[in-house]
Write a protein that binds this ligand. Structure first.
Ligand SMILES: *Cc1c(COP(=O)(O)O)cnc(C)c1O
Length: 394
């Protein structure tokens, strides 16, 4: 049933049992991302049943239509979009989906485009951009729904793999001022934050939710919704277990404690946490130069850009060219990507089987987020295959 549905989606006509079967048969020259729709749908159901509020998908983390279609099939009805292109894609795939336009800086042309597409949720983190929204966005949409503006705030909290506050978010005091202006202008008034990507425990959310209650009280505004952002983690290290349910429970309890009778409805907008686990990457060993440096057919300018920013995913298995696992003793090696740029190097040294050979495959698990979208064509590389599989287990 599911297999049939995926075939109809058209992107991958053949569905392989697992990556091993594909690699053995196809011997791909280019890197390949393997997508397991079942894994994606299972993660989506975990969010939908566990998160105490509305689940929206941050489209930027993996905007492939196959991903969006499978999330919709699993029951995701809300999407966090950052651009006109993302908004148009979601509208085309589900005309009734809730679209949250949560890029707090937009040109006037982008605002007009989103109003025409019926977007009714917006975020803002500055007075100048709020003035543009008040001028151009009707407080009640054509469908009769009230328009919502969520004020995005930031805190100096640790816990994420990197900090989003450097670019977006008003300070707490400014957020109160903006929230009061949103309410006075007649919009549905909400708050939003992003605790930073890949937060491995609930502590950043606890701090942010408490501050949201302070901001609302200072503004004298009862907020309709609190959007607790993305930041939900995906396993990057061998043996790492992600306890999403513990994070959901902490968000739920803290919201009740902080807001009491004024508890707002909750929204989340996971990117990585939803799509990360559903993909694995096969990169191939092009050469081992004088038995030292390993050169791969994918790298920092391909689907591994994030390795240079938040570190290596070390959930790694090496297969020989017949796709049999190599299990021998390991040695630490330096690995480079295929381009001629010296930053195209995987961080640190990687423990790889001592008998690693040209033509071997390196399989990285948990590669669904920020991989297809950062893949560039630098130096003529970047021809990344996409293959649908029933399971990612090798
Ligand atoms: C990128 C982004 C997300 C998703 O972040 P993840 O860390 O991938 O979950 C959610 N909301 C906004 C506003 C974003 O910019």
């Amino acid at each position: 049933m599911l297999a049939e549905r995926i075939t109809l989606m058209g992107l991958s006509k053949t569905i392989w049992t697992n990556p091993t079967e594909f690699l053995r048969n196809q011997q791909p020259e280019n890197p390949v991302l393997f997508f397991a729709p079942q894994v994606l749908q299972a993660t989506a159901r975990r969010f939908l049943s566990g998160f105490p509020g509305l689940v929206t998908y941050a489209v930027k983390s993996n905007p492939s239509e196959e991903v969006v279609e499978n999330l919709m099939a699993a029951g995701v009805r809300g999407f966090d979009c950052a651009s006109s292109v993302e908004i148009d894609m979601i509208r085309r795939l589900d005309p009734d989906a809730a679209i949250h336009y949560h890029n707090p800086v937009r040109s006037r042309a982008e605002i007009a485009h989103a109003v025409a597409r019926g977007v009714t949720s917006w975020s803002v983190d500055s007075g100048s951009e709020l003035a543009k929204l008040i001028e151009m966005v009707p407080t009640v949409s054509k469908s009769g729904a009230g328009c919502e503006i969520s004020v995005r705030f930031k805190l100096p909290v640790a816990g994420a793999a990197y900090d989003f506050g450097a670019k977006f978010g008003a300070t707490s005091a400014v957020a109160s001022d903006l929230l009061a202006r949103v309410a006075a202008a007649g919009f549905t008034s909400s708050l939003t934050f992003h605790p930073g990507t890949q937060c491995t425990d609930a502590s950043p959310w606890v701090a942010y939710i408490r501050e949201a209650a302070v901001i609302a009280a200072r503004a004298g505004v009862r907020i309709a919704r609190l959007n607790v952002g993305g930041g939900f983690p995906s396993a990057r290290h061998k043996g790492q277990v992600i306890d999403l349910e513990a994070i959901f429970a902490a968000i739920d309890t803290t919201t009740t404690e902080a807001f009491g009778a004024d508890r707002p409805a909750l929204v989340c907008e996971p990117g990585r946490g939803l799509c990360g686990e559903a993909f694995a990457l096969a990169a191939r060993v092009k050469a081992i130069r004088d038995d030292a440096h390993v050169f791969l057919n994918d790298g920092i300018y391909g689907s591994m850009l994030e390795f240079s920013q938040i570190g290596l995913i070390d959930r790694l298995t090496v297969l020989d060219h017949e796709a049999q696992p190599r299990r021998g003793a390991t040695v630490a090696r330096i690995c480079f990507g295929p381009t001629c740029d010296s930053v195209d190097r995987l961080p640190g040294e990687i423990a790889l089987p001592a008998d690693l050979a040209e033509g071997d495959f390196m399989i990285f698990h948990g590669m669904g987020a920020y991989t297809t979208v950062t893949n560039s064509r630098f130096n003529g590389f970047g021809d990344l295959g996409l293959c649908t599989v029933l399971a990612l287990k090798l």
